[in-house]
Ligand binder design. Structure first.
Ligand SMILES: *Cc1c(COP(=O)(O)O)cnc(C)c1O
Length: 368
């Protein structure tokens, strides 16, 4: 028999998530070291030193189960955002929270709205519970078309709308005014998951206080992560803020110990490390300038990005991607996001960005 037939059709239909290629895998394949990975929007500065120290300390207690309620981390978040513990859900990465929202609120046949070129996990989380995703065409500039998403949500009586701000892989951004207008007109029985994985990379003038919106919009779920600006991608920890009836449902479907003890300790410390987040922000700003300037000098265009990565347009993207691998630089193909003419590069350290630009120039020269 074919064991995949035992799985429901909606599971068999799932296209697996394609992660960035790990450094060790490329090293094994090429037998070389010194690989530069700019493929998963990781923090090139590493992790917050305060978080590292907290992890070392937490190891001593590793024989114990973690605090299933995540008291210390919720307390730190509660103090930072002025929300009660009951409005916080902790996740094994914010990916987990996207899935918890889907598992808590969706049943087979329910409809979910997201945008074309939006983060792949929205479709995966939707399909995994047998719900139906409605992907709405993006604007000309690859951004979310909130008007069209609103129409689709109403027309299909969607249960959840996923919005990534900024979005990955496009890097596009919606202003606070646009988001607020959307929330004001959307029927309140439709949940909005506002995924703010790159929130910390926004410049001062674009920042907005989405947490304060929770008071006016009980259908809002904000998700954030420690994987990007806090540099803790390998630990897997994120959080959601939502109305307490919403977070209650998400907590019911969560694994009791979904966030490990080392991750909880690290996240508490990382939250206090404002200096590290500031350095991360500034390094990203410099790196973004370096990379976008370099791309422009090569005659390449890119999508203006508000995250720690940028998508640039390039002929034969698949071929260039493979050539960059051979030259020791891992970037991310985005053909699976219906962007076959683009590659996404994460912003790295100055030297890494430099290497990326030089091997890209070489690959382009060879392709002529
Ligand atoms: C990276 C990313 C996440 C989450 O990553 P986790 O490591 O699971 O926290 C969520 N949303 C977007 C848009 C991302 O790019």
């Amino acid at each position: 028999m074919n064991y995949s037939d035992l799985a429901p059709a909606y599971i068999r239909a799932i296209a697996p998530y394609q992660p960035g290629k790990p450094i060790a895998e490329l090293e094994r394949e090429l037998g070389i070291s010194g690989i530069v990975k700019l493929a998963s929007n990781e923090n090139p500065l590493g992790a917050s030193p305060l978080a590292l120290a907290a992890m070392h300390a937490a190891i001593d207690d590793i024989a114990r189960y973690p605090d299933g309620n995540g008291f210390e981390l919720k307390d730190a978040l509660s103090k930072q955002y002025q929300v009660p513990h009951a409005q916080i859900v902790l996740g094994n990465g914010s990916n987990d929270l996207l899935e918890l929202a889907a598992r808590a609120f969706l049943a087979s046949g329910d409809k979910v709205v997201y945008a074309d070129h939006a983060f792949a996990v929205y479709a995966l989380a939707t399909q995994a519970v047998g719900a139906t995703g409605i992907s709405v065409a993006a604007t000309q500039g690859y951004g979310h078309d909130l008007d069209a998403m609103l129409q689709a949500a109403i027309e299909h009586k969607a249960k959840i709308v996923f919005i990534a701000n900024p979005n990955n892989p496009t890097g596009t951004f919606l202003s606070a005014a646009e988001l607020l207008e959307f929330l004001r007109v959307l029927p309140t029985e439709i949940l909005v998951v506002l995924d703010e994985a790159y929130n910390e990379y926004l410049p001062e003038n674009l920042r907005y206080d989405s947490v304060s919106w929770l008071r006016s919009f009980p259908n809002l779920i904000i998700s954030r992560t420690f994987s990007k600006a806090y540099g803790l991608a390998g630990l897997r920890v994120g959080y959601a803020l939502a109305h307490e009836q919403v977070s209650d449902m998400m907590n019911r479907v969560r694994q009791p110990f979904n966030v490990n003890s080392v991750a909880q300790a690290a996240a508490v410390a990382a939250l206090q490390d404002h200096e590290f987040v500031r350095q991360t922000y500034e390094a990203n700003l410099r790196g973004m300038q370096q990379i976008t300037l370099g791309l422009t000098e090569m005659g390449l265009t890119f999508i203006l990005s508000f995250g720690n990565f940028v998508c640039f347009k390039i002929a034969n993207a698949g071929q260039i991607y493979r050539r960059l691998l051979e030259l020791g630089v891992i970037v991310r193909p985005v053909a699976n996001y219906q962007m076959p003419d683009y590659l996404r590069v994460s912003i790295g350290l100055e030297e890494e960005n430099k290497k990326f630009l030089s091997v890209l120039a070489q690959a382009l020269g060879e392709a002529k």
